[in-house]
Design a protein around this ligand. Sequence first.
Ligand code: MG
Length: 286
Amino acid sequence: MDKLPVGVFTSVDAGLGVKFDVVRELGVKTIQLHAPKRESRTHEMAMNFLYKLKENDIKLTTVFLGFEGESYATIAEAAETVGLVPPKTRAARLIEAFEISDFAKLLGAASIGSHIGFVPHDRRSQEYASVVETVRSLCKYFKKKSQSLNLETGQESVESLLMFIDDVACDNLFVNFDPANLILYGIGNPLEALRKVGRRVRGVHCKDAVKTTGTPGVDWGREVPFGQGEVDAENFIKTLYQIGYQGALTIEREIPQEPERQRKEIGETVRLIEDIKTRVAKQLVT
Ligand code: MG
């Protein structure tokens, strides 16, 4: 497989990705998959999906954790409902994350991606210690299945994220880098952040955004097609080459309510990324 193969974020019945027929139509050869709903995560479903992957020569790189009750309606709501941080749902979601890992193993995915949630800021607090312990137990479980855990960027600065990763101290804990999230949440410059994360990047979302006209960190920025926002798509991909990243470039365009537009814009993004890769590869050898 070539370096930095293009991929697309995919959904079966949960999450904001495209359906498998769109993946096939786009002709991309890698996908990330949002974890299907619990009732769909059967052995039979896994075997059917695996067959479709093989038939179309598509590699599943990552399964993303997703849970009932998560909401991204506002940043405050995301903080209350997303991932493994919210205390009320933490224990039940931890068990579900183990089940998703089992399902991902059937599909041959080598990594699990996760929006872990808003990690508490006070490193000396009991709450912080508890989140560290939760993520550590996830990493241990995944390690037994030869899987890594890739934490999605966005909810905190990369400095905080890297500190958290150091505190968890597991050698299968890495980063899924989403440059648009840094803009959407108003917490930093994506290219500077990418250089800081460096070799810990094990997954990438090609997503773009413009910052909020309201209050950063309170009001959402606005997602736009990759290459049309403030990420600086060309330099983003160039920086990925420079930090030695060799994994997939997974396009994420979170507008499933407009499937035709989603399909069209992802198709345009596939071509844009291929063009950028060709240009950047030439620049880097000359
Ligand atoms: Mg993302």
